[in-house]
Design a protein around this ligand. Structure first.
Ligand code: APR
Length: 236
């Protein structure tokens, strides 16, 4: 029964997709797949050179088309057998969905969607197709990637906070917790909720106000298996 199941909320970042061949951001000295982050992930970059920005996301979309979920993604999908799971992801890929997770909230948008550059409510699915200069929305404005760039508001954040504040268990997976507001999400969880942090880097720490915190210093594929061992035992 849905209502008896514990609410497991997982905040994921680029690290969960690293073993699927998609690179993380902050290990590249400010470069993201050879591009400067501020050139391809800011409104200023878009105004300076929209062609470069479109090319960058076209490349990311093609790369995603060939990427497969890894054991981190599939393990989280399997946990739905026992838990009412919501994944709140900072990732713009669709690998959680490909793995079979059914409730995924994208904080920073999705590669497979585009939107109008004058009306952010006009969002379109484009799958893995390119967008180019001259491709327009129904109001006649240039289409842009449906991605939340640095300096832009995060419209899904309020919903994410509501979800986090009802968590029975919260997991932070594969994120450096460097980018706000996403990085503050775990602070909204109830104090009774255990908090798990899965990341190979010792730099990723949380400051908890009383929650029991467990660090699993492993890659996503190994760390999620360890988490499953703990959580599936508890739900039997
Ligand atoms: N498994 C799990 N974690 C890993 C792995 C792996 N195989 N490889 C690396 N990591 C960890 C790193 O140790 C790091 O803590 O993943 C984290 C990646 O951190 P970032 O590159 O900062 O990515 P993320 O936290 O998702 O960035 C947040 O910033 O650039 C913006 O909008 C973009 O959504 C992104 C946001």
């Amino acid at each position: 029964m849905e209502s008896n199941r514990k609410k497991l909320v997982v905040l994921t970042g680029a690290g969960v997709s690293a073993e699927s061949g998609l690179r993380t951001f902050r290990d590249m000295n400010g470069l993201w797949e050879e591009y400067k982050v501020e050139d391809v992930a800011s409104p200023e970059g878009w105004h300076r050179n929209p062609e470069l920005v479109l090319r960058f996301y076209n490349e990311r979309r093609r790369q995603l088309q060939n990427a497969k979920p890894n054991a981190g993604h599939t393990g989280l999908a399997e946990l739905e057998r026992c838990y009412d799971i919501t994944i709140i992801t900072q990732n713009v890929d669709n690998l959680h969905e490909q793995a079979g997770s059914t409730k995924v909230l994208h904080l920073h948008g999705m590669l497979t969607k585009v939107r109008s550059s004058v009306d952010e409510r006009l969002v379109y699915d484009i799958g893995y197709k390119d967008i180019n200069l001259g491709d327009r929305c129904e109001k006649g404005s240039q289409l842009r990637p449906h991605i939340v760039w640095f300096g832009e508001a995060v419209p899904a954040m309020d919903l994410a906070i509501d979800i986090a504040s009802e968590a029975d268990i919260f997991v932070v997976l594969g994120t450096s917790l460097n980018v706000y507001p996403a990085a503050s999400l775990y602070r909204y969880i109830p104090t009774h909720a255990p908090l798990y942090v899965i990341d190979p880097s010792n730099d990723v720490t949380v400051s908890s106000k009383g929650n029991r915190v467990t660090y699993i210093r492993e890659k996503a594929s190994v760390g999620v298996l360890q988490l499953m061992e703990i959580l599936l035992k508890e739900c039997q």
